[in-house]
Structures are given as structure tokens and as C-alpha cells.
Design a binder for this molecule. Structure first.
Ligand code: HMG
Ligand code: MG
Length: 286
């Protein structure tokens, strides 16, 4: 793999759809994943095994996992907030699971109904079980720079949660600007704190694009050596528990930005454009 390679982890089926009010049928979700599977991604986040009361859109997680055409070489990943989620994810044959924490206490309460410290305890058996089975474990941290309830988040908070997720066994930690309002200077300061403990090779950037700064934030992260970014084809996405959060940065835009800066992603531009158009067609009219 060339040293200028960047991995884009595709988020449209999970982060992209979880915030859509209109229920999208299972067949359509499967079609989206199958289109994405043809684009050249190494990893696709397919769905979440969370409470269907909290996220009704993804209540069909097991059916989506059962219906997709798996392409060799792609890791199909899912979110697992607790043991119940992990067991369902393993039964569905997930190739990778992700636990998700927050750098802000208020967002942790609103998103997963527990404090940050409680979430780490809740993740402990999830991490142990996935590591036992040899299933790669990813960790997310939401609100690494801005919280919809608390405003600016101190960089030390993100660094502390990152350390704890690494200790649980996460091979990679995805740093989330959940509401997409992070300014590049704030992202840089946050990365300073996180990189004091963790190497860039363990980090990923997860930028939503509310303020239109996501590509600039990716630029800052690239300068710091980060080579994995989350993005959603068509720019869909947002978290139902983060009011005002807009979509994930669009995979098409990230691919173009990276190409312009001399990085390669291994993605097929034409197929990606087709998948992104399909994803956009699923977005409710606003
Ligand atoms: P709780 O209500 O405290 O959970 O929710 P509980 O353990 O008390 O269980 C309550 C009910 O939920 C029970 O059912 C459980 O069976 C059920 P009942 O007895 O009432 O019928 N339940 C489940 N059902 C299916 N699968 C499960 C599961 N767990 C419990 N895994 C909980 C706690 C964590 C479950 C809940 O708060 C939850 O599901 N939260 C998920 C929120 C979410 O998905 N948010 C979006 C993803 S995070 C995100 O988007 C940010 C990210 O993109 C990065 C960024 O942008 O920052 C990753
Ligand atoms: Mg997100």
C-alpha cells in the first residue's frame, strides 16, 4: 500500500440513515450497502445494534446484515453500545464492532443514557468479548471539540476518553465532531492533547459538516499524520441526540479533496458518484 494511502470508512448506511425521520425499508438499505460495496471501500459501517426505541430507523439491523452481498476484503462494521448489542452483532456476523463514548457528560447522558465513567464500565465486557472472538474493536468519541449542550469541550476530555478506549483494546479511535461546528484551530488543539498519548496511526477523524469546515478539519488531521477518515456518500447523517447536527462530510468531497492533495483512496469515482446519488435520493425533503 502506498504511503500516501488514506482509508475512508463509509458511514452512509449507519450515521447517514440513523437521523432520517422517514422509515426507509430494509431492501433499500441493503441496496445502498451493495452499491457501496462496489466502490472500493475497505470498511463500511452498515448499521447499529442499539435500542429500537432510541433509534427506530435501525431496528432492522439484523435483516440488513443478513441481506447484504458481502464482498471479500471489505469489513462490514456495526455499532454496539452494550452486551445485548454485541451479542446481536456477533449473531449477525459483523466483521468489526464499535463502542461509542463521548467527551462531554451531557451528550453521553442524552445519547446512551449514562455518564462517561459508566459507559466505560459498560463497554468493558463488550471489549473483552469482541477481543476474545478476534473481532476488531473500534472506539468513537463524540463531541471532541463542541457539544450541543455544553459548548466548547476541553481538549483534555477527549484525550482522557481516548486513553480509556485504548486501554479497553480499541485498535482505532474515531474522533467525532458530532455537531460539525469545530473550527480547525480547535481541532488542532484537541489533536495536540490526544496525540500526546496516542499515535496518529490509532486515530481516525469523523467530521460532520454543519459549518462547512469539515474538509479544513481533515486537512489539519492529515498534517498531524492521521490517515483514516469517516465520511458518508451523499453527505447524509447526523445524530438524533445532537440537535442541529448536519450530515457527515460527503465521501465524494473527501475523495476529491484527497486526490487534489496527492492522496489516494482506492475508490472508483464513477461508482461512488452513483452510490452517493442513491444515498441522496433517500434523504427526506426538508
Ligand atoms: P437504556 O434505555 O438506558 O437501556 O438505553 P436499558 O439497558 O435500560 O434497556 C432498555 C430497553 O432497551 C430494554 O427493552 C432493552 O432490552 C433494550 P425493554 O425491556 O424496555 O423492552 N435494549 C436494546 N435493544 C436492542 N439492542 C440493544 C439494546 N440495549 C438495550 N443493544 C442504550 C441505553 C445504550 C441501549 C440506548 O441509549 C441506546 O440504544 N442508545 C443509542 C443511541 C445511538 O444509537 N446514537 C447514535 C449513534 S452515536 C453517533 O451517531 C455518534 C457517532 O457518529 C460519532 C459522532 O458523530 O460523534 C458515532
Ligand atoms: Mg457521527
Amino acid at each position: 500500500r502506498p504511503s500516501n494511502h488514506v482509508t475512508i470508512v463509509e458511514m452512509a448506511p449507519r450515521d447517514g440513515l440513523q437521523n432520517e425521520k422517514r422509515l426507509i425499508d430494509t431492501e433499500t438499505k441493503i441496496e445502498l450497502v451493495d452499491l457501496l460495496s462496489d466502490c472500493g471501500f475497505e470498511r463500511i459501517e452498515v448499521t447499529s445494534f442499539v435500542s429500537p426505541k432510541w433509534v427506530p430507523q435501525l431496528a432492522d439491523a439484523a435483516d440488513v446484515m443478513a441481506g447484504i452481498k458481502r464482498k471479500p476484503g471489505i469489513r462490514y462494521a456495526v455499532l454496539t453500545p452494550n452486551m445485548q448489542g454485541l451479542e446481536a452483532a456477533l449473531a449477525a456476523g459483523a466483521d468489526e464492532v464499535a463502542i461509542f463514548a463521548s467527551a462531554s457528560e451531557s451528550f453521553s447522558m442524552r445519547n446512551i443514557n449514562c455518564t462517561i465513567a459508566e459507559s466505560i464500565e459498560r463497554f468493558r465486557p463488550v471489549a473483552a468479548a469482541s477481543c476474545d472472538r478476534g473481532i476488531p474493536l473500534r472506539g468513537y468519541i463524540s463531541c471532541v471539540v463542541e457539544c450541543p449542550y455544553e459548548g466548547a469541550v476541553p481538549p483534555a476530555n477527549a484525550a482522557s476518553v481516548a486513553r480509556q478506549l485504548r486501554e479497553l483494546g480499541c485498535y482505532e479511535i474515531s474522533l467525532g465532531d458530532t455537531i460539525g461546528r469545530g473550527e480547525p484551530e480547535a481541532v488542532d488543539r484537541m489533536l495536540d492533547a490526544v496525540l500526546a498519548d496516542l499515535p496518529a496511526s490509532m486515530l481516525a477523524g469523523h467530521f460532520h459538516d454543519t459549518s462547512g469546515r469539515a474538509l479544513d478539519n481533515i486537512g489539519v488531521a492529515l498534517d498531524r499524520g492521521i490517515r483514516v477518515f469517516d465520511a458518508a456518500a451523499g453527505g447524509l447523517g447526523g445524530c438524533p441526540f445532537a440537535p442541529g447536527a448536519k450530515g457527515n462530510v460527503d465521501t465524494v468531497a473527501v475523495h476529491h479533496y484527497l486526490a487534489l492533495h496527492g492522496f489516494e483512496t482506492g475508490l472508483d469515482e464513477e461508482k461512488l458518484a452513483r452510490a452517493a446519488a442513491f444515498a441522496r435520493s433517500l434523504r427526506s425533503a426538508t
